[in-house]
Design a protein around this ligand. Structure first.
Ligand SMILES: Nc1nc2c(c(=O)[nH]1)N[C@H]1C(S)=C(S)[C@@H](COP(=O)(O)OP(=O)(O)OC[C@H]3O[C@@H](n4cnc5c(=O)[nH]c(N)nc54)[C@H](O)[C@@H]3O)O[C@H]1N2
Ligand SMILES: Nc1nc2c(c(=O)[nH]1)N[C@H]1C(S)=C(S)[C@@H](COP(=O)(O)OP(=O)(O)OC[C@H]3O[C@@H](n4cnc5c(=O)[nH]c(N)nc54)[C@H](O)[C@@H]3O)O[C@H]1N2
Ligand SMILES: [Mo]
Length: 691
């Protein structure tokens, strides 16, 4: 009941997760006392995940940063002193002004998925840094390779309706662990299983998802591209094709058939570590069971060939005509369905109007190298928000070295004193989702979700947008776009004239908390072709890849680090390591909350009994995981969930809370993917020894 002292506020889960839940926050006398998943949004269905169900513990955590701070100790040491907002903003403005007078490109914004809100994550921040003339950041750290690979085949991040999957008869869960990282999407897959679908999980690790599937295939990390080519070979050789669909809606079939002629299951078997008969069986099933759906996720795009692997898989439903049915086809991300008005949100014209020379772009996945070696100009200041690079970026030793530069001016806007905040000169306290306004799209469903502030900012915390407005004023900028309110920004987020945005008007969103994109039901995006590629077809042959100097056809790109691609390295470091999400953490978010730390215990390394025995490692023992880049420690979990030769470190731990000041990114590589410039977290050879 809503009495004056008690109200229910409509909110959105801000976290980097495909589910983007609608939430209801009960507020009594200015304090949030209850949070729950909204019942009416079909995807959320009244339930939050185990992390966000306890969100109030995060909001009201005694670890929250409540005042601006300035560093008084050495970088990384973590000694800070309280200052006023005026002192903090004056310091930042003076530094930025001095650097910008020489070359504003020496200033770098660094942000990612702390909140996926369009207001707090991609509006005023972009406007401010555009006006300032700072370097641009290429936000590659998660999905860049997969998005680029998908784009080459399909044209944009559009795929099947995740709710329609309930009617599929065969579902390949490929490079995803929905029980952990897409819990609400998993509900629809389970419903399909209840209705008789067969679920096949393709994941090197026997996850909780794999256990609940009908079948689990465990390829070596980074070999999905080869597996997909072999599936194509069988589909073509056994004539399990939809010839009409191929003729009408695809480009380059003959060249593709030629390309995969020798990519038999026998060819792929030693590369993937799967039996040839298993591969052939999967291809025959995929080619004959209808409707067949593929739910890809990003786990498979974190290896050298991650772009091409996704591209290859995205070609499969066009060969079999699976796209004809709403419950067939494939889905990686629904992002491209949302008619965002990116120009209105980000205002790139603020750059071009104020600066004659073009800026430059820094890839966030190689931030260590950029901080240490970027030239013309070197990076002199970094402003970090919505991200924790010292813990999440690959080749963590280099990243820390970069952030430790005494001559680097570093601002970190955060809710918590993270590993990165320890390297800041100025730390600014950020509001939580309950304390600011936002609006969200989703990358796992078709609903926009609104977020109204439920409570006043705690302490002196300020939203991202507010800080940029204040800094813009201090720097003497006068453009109206730099002073818009959060409500105004939220109202401009979607392109009003795009038909898909019907119903996404701010009033509807505010009243109900969420709204579905105006897309037909049932939705079969490519039943009649109409792909979003330049040719309008599913491009087996991609002229745009060719233009970039890349292979225009689906191809096999081996991992950077594997016995096949680098036998000398594999002789020294024989174990492939992946570090996917721990269930109770969301990247490094939640990994400082006592409840979740207690559930995860300590950093763990899952290792096969034979690999453990060979190294004299007993269950529960502390082990050292190392390669030429670095080392970290974990507790050995001896298990057949991993095959011999594979180790898994559920992540991402805060370095300073892990026991040795390191985490899995001490050993991961900053080498990039084939397409899209993405990171290769899961392409990493290591050795393990008793500590
Ligand atoms: N609880 C929880 N939920 C999360 C997150 C979290 O940290 N915690 N993170 C969020 C974010 S930012 C993202 S991007 C998504 C990530 O979620 P997903 O997109 O599902 O990606 P990952 O969890 O990285 O990997 C998924 C699975 O892929 C497997 N995998 C690793 N390498 C390979 C490979 O080469 N081939 C194949 N076939 N499989 C491979 C891993 O073992 C893992 O089980 O989840 C989001 N949701
Ligand atoms: N080894 C290994 N490394 C990985 C991965 C892996 O699987 N293995 N996964 C990779 C992936 S998929 C991703 S997406 C990245 C994730 O990397 P990040 O996007 O950096 O994610 P988080 O670690 O959750 O850090 C987000 C930070 O933003 C802060 N924050 C939240 N809301 C706000 C706000 O409104 N304002 C401000 N200023 N700050 C806010 C949070 O407190 C948190 O500290 O990590 C990557 N790193
Ligand atoms: Mo991610």
């Amino acid at each position: 009941m809503n009495s004056p002292a008690s109200k229910v506020v409509r909110a959105a889960c801000p976290h980097d997760c495909p589910d983007t839940c609608a939430m209801e926050v009960t507020v009594e006398n200015g304090r949030a006392v209850k949070i729950r998943g909204a019942d009416e949004l079909p995807f959320t269905n009244g339930a939050l995940c185990t992390k966000v169900a306890y969100y109030l513990e995060r909001v009201y955590s005694d670890q929250r940063l409540l005042h601006p701070l300035k560093r008084v100790g050495r970088k990384g040491e973590g000694r800070f002193e309280r200052i006023t907002w005026d002192e903090a903003l004056d310091t930042i403005a003076a530094k930025f002004q001095a650097i910008a007078a020489d070359d504003p490109r020496a200033i770098l914004p660094y942000s990612y998925g702390g909140t996926l809100g369009l207001v707090q994550g991609s509006s005023m921040d972009f406007r401010f840094f555009h006006r300032l003339g700072a370097s641009l950041l290429d936000r590659t750290i998660c999905a860049a390779a997969g998005a680029a690979g998908w784009k080459a085949s399909i044209g944009a991040s559009v795929g099947m309706d995740p709710e329609a999957i309930v009617d599929a008869k065969l579902i390949l869960i490929w490079g995803g662990n929905p029980v952990v990282s897409n819990l609400h999407g998993w509900r629809y897959i389970q419903e399909a299983k209840r209705r008789g679908a067969k679920l096949v999980c393709i994941d090197p690790w026997r996850t909780q998802t794999a256990e609940k599937c009908t079948m689990h295939l465990a390829p070596w990390p980074g070999t999905d591209g080869a597996l997909a080519l072999a599936l194509m070979q069988v589909l073509i050789a056994d004539d399990l094709l939809d010839h009409d669909y191929i003729a009408a809606h695809t480009l380059g079939f003959d060249a593709l058939a030629e390309r995969v002629r020798d990519c038999t299951p026998e060819w792929a078997a030693p590369l993937t570590g799967l039996a040839a008969e298993t591969i052939r069986g999967l291809a025959r099933e995929y080619g004959s069971v209808k409707p067949a759906a593929i739910r890809l996720n990003y786990g498979l795009n974190r290896c050298a060939g991650g772009g091409m692997a996704v591209r290859n898989i995205a070609c499969l439903p066009a060969l079999t005509g699976a796209w004809r049915h709403p419950a067939g086809g494939a889905l990686l991300s629904t992002s491209g369905n949302f008619p965002l008005d990116q120009q209105a949100l980000e205002r790139p014209d603020l750059y071009t109007d104020a600066h004659a020379r073009p800026t430059r772009t820094i890839n966030m996945s190689t931030i260590g190298e950029a901080l240490l070696a970027a030239k013309e100009p070197p990076i002199r200041a970094i402003y970090v928000y919505n991200s924790n690079p010292v813990a999440v970026a690959p080749d963590g030793g280099r990243v820390r070295e970069g952030f430790a530069r005494e001559d680097l001016f570093c601002v970190v806007h955060e809710l918590f004193q993270t590993d990165t905040a320890d390297y800041a000169d100025i730390v600014l306290p950020a509001t939580s989702q309950l304390e600011h306004r936002d609006v969200h799209k989703s990358y796992g469903h078709f609903y926009a979700v609104t977020n109204q502030p439920a409570i006043a900012p705690l302490g002196e915390a300020k939203p991202n947008t507010e800080v940029f407005r204040l800094l813009a004023a201090r720097l003497g900028f006068t453009e109206a776009a730099l002073f818009e309110s959060d409500d105004e920004i939220a109202a401009a987020a979607f392109k009003r004239r795009d038909n898909r945005a019907l119903g996404l008007d701010p009033a509807t969103l505010a009243a109900r908390g969420w709204a579905r994109l105006n897309l037909p039901r049932p939705f079969a995006p490519f039943a009649k072709g109409e792909f979003l590629t330049p040719s309008g077809k599913c491009e087996f042959f991609s002229a745009s890849l060719a233009q970039q100097g890349l292979d225009p056809l689906p191809a096999w790109v081996p991992p950077h680090e594997s016995p096949v691609s680098n036998p000398a390295l594999a002789a020294r470091y024989p174990l492939a390591m992946i570090s996917p999400p721990a269930r109770n953490f969301l990247n490094t978010s939640f990994a400082n909350m006592p409840r979740f730390l207690q559930q995860e215990g300590s950093p763990k390394l899952e290792i096969h009994p034979d690999d453990a025995a060979r190294r004299g490692i007993a269950a529960g023992e502390r082990v050292r995981i190392f390669n030429d880049r670095g080392a970290f420690h974990a507790q050995a979990v001896i298990t057949e969930r991993v095959r011999c030769g594979l180790v898994v470190c559920p992540s991402i731990w805060w370095r300073k809370l892990s026991g040795d000041g390191e985490n899995a990114n001490a050993v991961t590589s900053a080498a990039l993917t084939d397409i899209g410039g993405g990171p290769t977290f899961y392409d990493c050879l290591v050795e393990v020894a008793k500590a």
